[in-house]
Design a protein around this ligand. Structure first.
Ligand SMILES: Cc1ncc(COP(=O)(O)O)c(C=O)c1O
Length: 369
């Protein structure tokens, strides 16, 4: 399969339900896509505005202040000491990296790319693009010989599942046995809700409790899209094995995969400020506390969802039926079918709607419960 052979974009199938939801007299509550709705924090927007003289080409590797900010952030927020600028690399949002990593690592036919069973679809897209074999598996013992790349996603999209340090360690050990690169896609790590993640930091795959300080073969991918309301800036980065980082840097230089200079400046400022991340987490906590009981009152069981930006819910019926029912209430959601074949009775509800819209959804659900 090449780029031209990729399937229709699955979200197009939701359009008829969006039309139904939009017809609700009090308007649509769109919980289908995890696109942030709150303003970009002023200090980040100001940093972007102050950096608009960008006459020179930006550095693919990132400016020194940005690389230092990433190193410092891993130490401060993720409990990962000991990184240096040679361990980190900015990316143009993380979706391009997720899609292109098999290509950039030189994978091809016969290579296996493991990804979660309930998964962000781009892991599979990236594997198929290079004609590698995608494999949906959450059990390291099942990862076969020939596995060259393993994607973990903790907290998970769509299901909000968290891998604790012991589970990450087992994954790391198995990846090492196989000679596979292990990548943790960790963009929801600041959004822990249920014990122990309400008080305890969600571990990174680079945590010393996972790696014993040896990051060989391991990468962490992080994005500021959600934690900092920067989805439109395309601001993300990776960190880990400096040998792999150097190879990726060379490939990305050849391909022109560089971050605009004003975005690099804004990112460095965003990474240095924890207050706006705390505020945004509080907003999502409020919305979750409002929406979850309403979804349950309506007859859904919310599975996992202990962290992250989504409620992963089932009524024990085909997800399209649930999507249809909710659309009649003016609430748009995504069916589990979009996240792999094993969760066709779940829907994903995103917390990315305003307080007012979340309250409207909760009110409608309670009214018919
Ligand atoms: C698990 C996961 N990885 C990566 C991304 C891509 O994020 P971005 O490209 O905005 O950095 C998303 C976005 O929803 C996601 O859910």
């Amino acid at each position: 399969m090449g780029v031209a052979d990729l399937a229709e974009y699955p979200w197009d199938a939701v359009a008829p339900y969006a039309e139904i939801a939009r017809a609700h007299p009090d308007g649509i509550v769109d919980l289908s896509i995890g696109s942030p709705v709150d303003e970009t924090p002023r200090l980040i927007a100001d940093a972007l505005a102050a950096a608009t003289d960008a006459h020179a080409y930006p550095q693919t590797v990132g400016t020194p202040p940005l690389r230092e900010a990433i190193v410092d952030w891993f130490r401060r927020r993720r409990g990962v000491p000991g990184l240096t600028p040679a361990h980190v690399l900015p990316t143009v949002g993380s979706k391009e990296l997720v899609a292109l990593l098999p290509l950039l690592l030189g994978l091809g036919p016969g290579d296996v790319v493991v990804h979660p069973r309930a998964a962000y679809p781009t892991y599979e897209v990236g594997a198929r693009l290079v004609r590698a074999t995608p494999l949906a598996s959450d059990d390291p013992a099942q990862w076969p010989e020939g596995t060259r790349l393993v994607w973990l996603n903790s907290p998970g999209n769509p299901d909000g599942a968290v891998w604790d340090a012991a589970a990450l360690r087992r994954a790391r050990e198995r990846a090492r046995e196989l000679g596979a690169v292990l990548v943790g896609d960790e963009c929801y790590a600041e959004l822990g809700w249920e014990a122990p993640w309400d008080t305890q930091a969600i571990p990174s795959v680079l945590d010393p409790a996972v790696t014993d300080g040896d990051v060989t073969g391991v990468l962490s991918v992080y994005s500021l899209s959600k934690q900092s309301n920067l989805a439109g800036y395309r601001a993300a980065f990776l960190a880990g094995d400096p040998g792999i980082v150097a190879r990726l840097l060379t490939a990305r230089k050849h391909l022109g995969l560089m971050l605009p200079a004003p975005v690099q400046a804004a990112m460095a400022v965003a990474l240095g400020d924890d207050a706006h991340v705390r505020e945004q987490k509080e907003r999502y906590a409020r919305r979750r506390a409002r929406l979850k009981p309403a979804v349950e009152a309506y007859g859904f069981r919310v599975d996992r969802s202990e962290a992250g930006l989504y409620l992963w819910a089932t009524r024990g019926e085909d997800a399209w039926t649930s999507v249809g029912r909710l659309a009649e209430l003016g609430i748009l959601t995504g069916p589990g079918h979009f996240y792999g074949p094993s969760h066709t009775e779940h829907v994903r509800l995103s917390l990315t709607a305003s307080d007012e819209r979340i309250a409207a959804a909760a009110h409608r659900l309670h009214a018919v419960s």
